[in-house]
Design a protein around this ligand. Structure first.
Ligand code: BG6
Length: 484
């Protein structure tokens, strides 16, 4: 595959929280990869901003270590690393006070695109937006990038939107949901809207149900303080799984344009039905295999926070009424895998004498790892013995099908940060979308809090709590096996 990378326009990217964990693990390594990929213009500059005292060279040393840790040795070399480190600057700023802002103003160039990455606690968003404005550092063309969690409920999300809106227009705000930056998640839109094959069948008449699974093997160790206030519903479902559901369920947008796509996603979220208590199963991993359980990881022996959740979700519109979407996500499960499985209905009538071997058609889109698609189809069992049916997979691995280009799937942050510079908001969440997702999630969370429900305990390294199996069994369906 031919690389078609075109450098973006010259920019200054200021990373508030420039020495934090996200900058170290994701933002700085992703920018370096884009430099290696030829997308960073020679005039690009990255400015780390944080409270600590540091020189430009200290920040370069910090970044070098981050790149050596998070970019595989085969994807980096001394020459490009030195070039990249040259683009870095560091400014000490106090988000809530006045220190450092005149220095920042002096460093940021007026004649290039200016982007400000708020990789800090949401409680600082308001102060940062105000300082940027007050010191004339941001202008009407500047962009700000904010990370999740975008609020913890509708009320706090509205407050954050209001605080940002005081100084920035919606077109300037880039709310990251890193799932949208994943190559295969974007592929969902290509698969749906660049093929005529699926669209005629893409509705409740032909689709029996949809399963969306995001399973992780890691626990919450190290992030217990944040996670215990959040849980799987807030941490994963309200944002990442919701986005996947939207991309599967939305109507074709009239154009691949930020607002056209986001308008369609918003309509899906607004059409979500309330979820009944019996359609929710929450779980918490216990200790096992020499590893601590959730309660120890969260350092809260009384915690009722879920590290696993499964939900049956209905969409009340013409296309989907009657097709349940089963969502599940959890930590410390048996494998790390994310996939969407679309199960089609039975043909209306069987013409065969031996229909026993018949199974539903299933379209599986594997998001990670081993990105690809798999379509389960029926064929005749080979050999004599009459017309007997067998199911076989039409299996496509993107890495194999696309050769080298397919194997080198970029990290979500690479795509997303470059989109910020390009001024393309298609893969970012709009304020009303985030609020609608909370408006759906809030009553679900409030429901179990009011009932005082406790999550079911589950064995680590399994598929989650037994009760989650029932969610499908009672509908005469089965979860797909969780495996890589
Ligand atoms: C993050 C969540 O948004 O997504 C984490 O806060 C989770 O809890 C992570 O582990 C999963 O992302 P990925 O890209 O590894 O699937």
């Amino acid at each position: 595959m031919v690389s078609r990378t075109i450098p973006v326009d010259p920019f200054d990217l200021v990373i508030f929280g420039g020495t934090g964990d996200l900058a170290r693990r994701k933002i700085l390594p992703s920018l370096y990869r884009r430099h290696v990929g030829g997308q960073m213009p020679a005039e690009a500059r990255i400015i780390g901003a944080a409270r600590g005292e540091m020189s430009d060279d200290d920040f370069r040393a910090f970044t070098r270590e981050a790149i050596e840790e998070f970019v595989p040795a085969t994807k980096r070399d001394a020459k490009t690393l030195e070039e990249f480190l040259e683009t870095l600057r560091y400014v000490r700023v106090d988000a809530v006070g006045q220190d450092g802002w005149t220095d920042l103003r002096a460093v940021v160039r007026p004649d290039v695109i200016r982007a400000f990455y708020f990789s800090v606690a949401p409680s600082l968003f308001g102060a940062l937006a105000e300082r940027l404005h007050e010191h004339g550092i941001a202008d009407a063309d500047s962009r700000i990038v904010v990370e999740k969690p975008f609020g913890k409920d509708l009320k706090t999300a509205r407050e954050l939107n209001a605080v940002l809106a005081e100084h920035f227009t919606e077109q300037q705000i880039y709310r990251i949901d890193h799932y949208l930056g994943k190559e295969t998640v974007q592929n969902l839109m290509a698969v749906r809207f660049a093929n005529i094959l699926f669209e005629p069948l893409w509705k409740t008449e032909y689709i029996d149900h949809v399963q969306i699974t995001v399973a992780e093997t890691v626990g919450v160790n190290g992030r217990g303080a944040y996670y215990d206030k959040s849980g799987a519903m807030r941490d994963m479902v309200q944002n990442h799984l919701m986005q996947l559901l939207c991309l599967i369920a939305m109507e074709p947008p009239y154009h691949f344009d930020p607002d056209a796509v986001r308008d369609e996603k918003l309509k899906v979220i607004r059409a979500l039905e309330p979820v009944a208590p019996e359609d929710i199963v929450r779980g918490q991993y216990r200790a096992g295999g020499g590893r601590p359980g959730y309660l120890e990881d969260a350092e809260n022996p009384e915690s009722r926070t879920e590290s696993y959740i499964a939900l049956k979700v209905g969409i009340a519109n013409w296309r989907w009424k009657g097709t349940p979407f089963y969502l599940r996500t959890g930590k410390r499960l048996k494998a790390r895998t994310s996939e969407i499985a679309i199960t089609f209905r039975q043909p209306p009538h069987s013409i065969f004498d031996h229909p026993e071997g018949w199974r539903e058609n299933v379209l599986v889109i594997r998001l990670q790892p081993n990105e690809g698609m798999n379509m389960m189809v029926m064929i005749k069992e080979p050999g004599p013995g009459g017309m007997r049916l067998a199911q076989v997979p039409l299996d496509m691995s993107f890495a194999e099908a696309l050769g080298e280009g397919g194997a080198d799937i970029p990290d979500a942050y690479e795509r997303l940060i470059m989109d910020v510079i390009r001024g393309n908001q298609t893969l970012f969440m709009r304020g009303d979308e985030v609020e609608a997702a909370w408006a759906w999630a809030d009553p679900i969370i409030q429901g179990w809090e009011a009932r005082g429900d406790r999550p079911h305990s589950y064995e680590p390294g399994t598929s989650g709590p037994e009760d989650a199996l029932m969610l499908l069994h009672r509908d005469g369906r089965r979860w797909r096996d969780i495996r890589e």
